[in-house]
Design a protein around this ligand. Structure first.
Ligand code: NAD
Length: 250
């Protein structure tokens, strides 16, 4: 019997990068995984890759920052599967911008996806988990939710919000059998990070900041999501686990 047999897991931002890896890990450990993403093309490719490996997955197109789309997606997933046991609340965006130059629209979009979207999905799923009396929610934060980094004021603010949202949810939902934790990755190689930094910048970054001497892989983060969703983490809630190759040890 696999760890997540007979479990329904929902993964947002599952089209690529860390979200795809989380979905693969849950599926490999026996869950039926529902992939959610805003982009039809990457969502379809992600689903096809996992189906080709023989995993049990399905997909729903939705923008987590739009409440009508979130409501529709979660309602239909619940109707179809009858339960949601695990939520990997992963969808997020990032780009660099000096604080003094951030346009209001850019600020709003960052907060809309990374913080508001996380809240919309978590709240709707937590209502279902409360009825079930059991569930595990894992919110994607970042080391940038714990310490500042120049040119990321909007991103840092959104991820700092996720860390405290997580703690508050854990306090309120524990009595309903729902555990809520956050994961704070450092530098992970994904399509997102590759779109921001050149290979030279990454190499300098590793030398200066990462004791393990390498950037992380999506799988390094997916394993921590799987741990937090599993019974091995049965007494862990309200925690934010850093996965950064030692960067915050400095
Ligand atoms: P990515 O861009 O490679 O993948 C993100 C996925 O989310 C994409 O498939 C994208 O289409 C989807 N998405 C974006 N906006 C969405 C929306 N509004 N609704 C639904 N889906 C949406 O990014 P990644 O590097 O895999 O990052 C995943 C998460 O991990 C993000 O929350 C990010 O902030 C966080 N994170 C990443 C790193 C890193 O170094 N890559 C570090 C710390 C935290």
């Amino acid at each position: 019997m696999k760890r997540f047999s007979n479990r329904i897991a929902l993964v947002t931002g599952a089209g690529q990068g860390i979200g795809h890896s989380i979905a693969e890990r849950f599926a490999a450990e026996g869950a039926h995984v529902v992939l959610v993403d805003i982009h039809q093309d990457v969502l379809q490719q992600s689903e096809d890759r996992l189906l080709a490996k023989g995993y049990s997955v399905s997909s729903r197109l939705a923008d987590v920052s739009k409440t009508d789309q979130v409501d529709e997606a979660i309602h239909s997933i619940h109707q179809e599967h009858g339960a949601i046991h695990i939520l990997a609340n992963n969808a997020g965006i990032a780009w660099q911008e000096a604080f003094l130059d951030i346009k209001d629209d850019n600020w709003r979009r960052m907060i809309d996806v990374n913080l508001n979207g996380m809240f919309y999905v978590a709240q709707r799923v937590a209502r279902i988990m409360k009825e079930q009396g059991v569930g595990s929610i894992i919110n994607m934060a970042s080391t940038n939710g714990l310490v500042g980094e120049a040119r990321y004021a909007h991103y840092n603010a959104s991820k700092g919000g996720v860390v405290l949202l997580t703690k508050t949810m854990a306090i309120e939902l524990g009595v309903s059998g729902i555990r809520v934790n956050a994961v704070c990755p450092g530098y992970i190689r994904t399509p997102l990070s590759e779109s921001i930094d050149s290979p030279e910048t990454v190499s300098e970054y590793i030398d200066r900041y990462i004791p393990l001497g390498k950037v992380g892989k999506p799988e390094d983060v997916a394993g921590v999501f799987a741990f937090l969703a599993s019974d091995d983490a049965a007494f862990i809630t309200g925690e934010s686990i850093v996965v950064d190759g030692g960067q915050l040890a400095y």
